[in-house]
Design a protein around this ligand. Structure first.
Ligand code: AMP
Ligand code: MG
Length: 348
C-alpha cells in the first residue's frame, strides 16, 4: 500500500482531515501527532480496524490500546460506572497527557482492550488530533506509531521510517511538544493507581485527588511482580546498540564514561554517549549527543526518543547515558530510559 503523507505543520487542513477521517471510518490506519508522541489511529469500535493496528506494529495482542476522544461527553458511550475522580482529573488535566482506565461498556470490542473488561481513555491536547478524532467517528484507538519495541515517534519522519507502506496515511504535524507518553492512572480498583509515569506527576495527581498509589511493580526490581499495564511488561524503546545508564555524582559519571570509552576505543569499538548541554564538552573518544539542558527538563523529555533513534543511524557498538532525575518528569524519563537499557545500570 502507498502511505500518503498529509502535511499539517501549521495547523488543521480541513480537506486533509476529511480524507483522514474517511480512511478511519472505512477501517483504515492513520498516524497523527498528539502532544505526547505520534499515535497510530484506527476506529476503536471496529474490531477489525483495531486488529490492523496490532499487525502493523507487530504488537502482542494482549497489550491494549488507548481510546482517544475529543470531548468529555464521549466517555459515556465507552465507559460504565465512571467514578467522580474521573471528572476531577478531566477538569484538571484534559485535554492533556493523562490516560484513565475505566470499566468498559459493551460497545468497545475486546480486540481494542486486549481482552480486558477495562478501557483506557485519553483526550489529547492537540487541535489536529481532536479534529481527526471527530472526523473519524469520535473514538480512535491509538498506541504509539512505532514498530513494537522501538522508541516512540516524536516526529513524522520516525513514523515513516517504521510504517511506510504499511499504513494508509501519516499526518505530519512537525515535532511533538512533550515527547514521552501519557501518565496512565487506573480508576477501577480502590485507590487511584499510576500504572505508567508520564508528564503528569504523582504530586500533580495527589494535588487533585489527595490519594494516589503507584503500581508496586514499577518501583521494584522484583521480576515476579507483574505490572498492571500489560505494555509495561515488555522490553521497549530500545535502540539497536546496547544502552547502559551510568548514575551517580555528575563528575564521577563523566569520569567513568570517559574511562569506558577509552577502553572501547583501544579495542576498536565506537562508543556513543548521551550527555547534556552542560556535559557534552567533557567527553572524549565518543560520539556525544546532548539530550537537552539540565535546567530545562522539558527539553530532556522531548529529545529522549529522537536521540535513541539517531544512534541507530550511527555505527556505535555501545551507548552510555547519564541519568536524568528531573523534578516533574524524572520518574517518567527514567522509567523509559531504564526500559530502553534493559535494566543495565552502572552506579558510581
Ligand atoms: P501506547 O499507546 O503504545 O503508549 O501503549 C498504551 C499503554 O496503555 C500500554 O502500556 C497498555 O498496556 C496500557 N493500557 C491500555 N489499556 C489498558 C487497560 N485497560 N488496562 C491497563 N493498561 C492499559
Ligand atoms: Mg508504545
Amino acid at each position: 500500500m502507498e502511505t500518503v503523507v498529509e502535511r499539517m505543520r501549521d495547523g488543521i487542513d480541513e480537506a486533509g482531515i476529511r480524507r483522514a477521517g474517511e480512511i478511519l471510518r472505512r477501517g483504515g490506519l492513520v498516524a497523527f501527532p498528539t502532544e505526547t508522541v505520534y499515535g497510530l489511529g484506527a476506529n476503536a469500535l471496529d474490531a477489525d480496524a483495531a486488529e490492523k493496528i496490532y499487525r502493523a506494529k507487530g504488537r502482542p495482542s494482549d497489550n491494549p490500546l488507548i481510546v482517544h476522544i475529543a470531548d468529555w461527553d464521549a466517555i459515556g458511550k465507552i465507559a460504565v460506572d465512571v467514578p467522580p475522580e474521573a471528572k476531577l482529573l478531566a477538569d484538571a488535566f484534559w485535554p492533556g497527557p493523562l490516560t484513565m482506565i475505566l470499566k468498559k461498556s459493551a460497545v468497545v470490542p475486546l480486540a481494542t482492550t486486549g481482552g480486558l473488561d477495562t478501557v483506557a481513555v485519553r483526550l489529547p491536547d492537540h487541535a489536529v488530533a481532536r479534529a481527526l478524532i471527530r472526523a473519524g467517528g469520535g473514538y480512535i484507538a491509538a498506541p504509539s506509531a512505532n514498530t513494537s519495541g522501538r522508541p516512540s515517534p516524536t516526529r513524522a519522519e520516525h513514523v515513516i521510517r517504521d510504517m511506510d507502506g504499511v499504513i494508509d496515511m501519516v499526518i505530519d504535524g512537525g515535532d511533538v511538544r512533550i515527547g514521552i507518553e501519557s501518565t496512565i492512572v487506573d480508576l477501577t480498583e480502590g485507590t487511584p493507581t499510576i500504572l505508567r509515569p508520564g508528564y503528569v506527576s504523582r504530586e500533580m495527581l495527589d494535588g487533585v485527588l489527595g490519594r494516589v498509589e503507584t503500581d508496586r511493580a514499577l518501583l521494584s526490581e522484583d521480576e515476579n511482580l507483574r505490572p498492571k499495564a500489560p505494555g509495561m511488561r515488555y522490553r521497549h524503546y530500545a535502540p539497536n546498540a546496547p544502552l547502559v545508564i551510568v548514575e551517580g555524582a555528575q563528575q564521577r559519571v563523566r569520569e567513568r564514561i570517559n574511562a569506558l570509552a577509552r577502553e572501547n576505543a583501544e579495542k576498536g569499538r565506537a562508543t556513543g554517549v548521551i550527555g547534556t548541554d552542560e556535559s557534552q564538552g567533557c567527553y572524549t573518544n565518543a560520539l556525544v549527543k546532548s539530550i537537552g539542558s539540565r535546567t530545562d527538563e522539558a527539553s530532556i523529555a522531548r529529545h529522549l526518543y529522537g536521540i535513541l533513534r539517531e544512534f541507530d543511524d550511527s555505527e556505535v557498538s555501545v551507548i552510555y547515558s547519564e541519568s536524568f532525575d528531573t523534578p516533574q518528569m524524572g520518574a517518567a524519563i527514567m522509567n523509559r530510559l531504564i526500559k530502553a537499557a534493559g535494566h543495565q545500570i552502572i552506579s558510581v
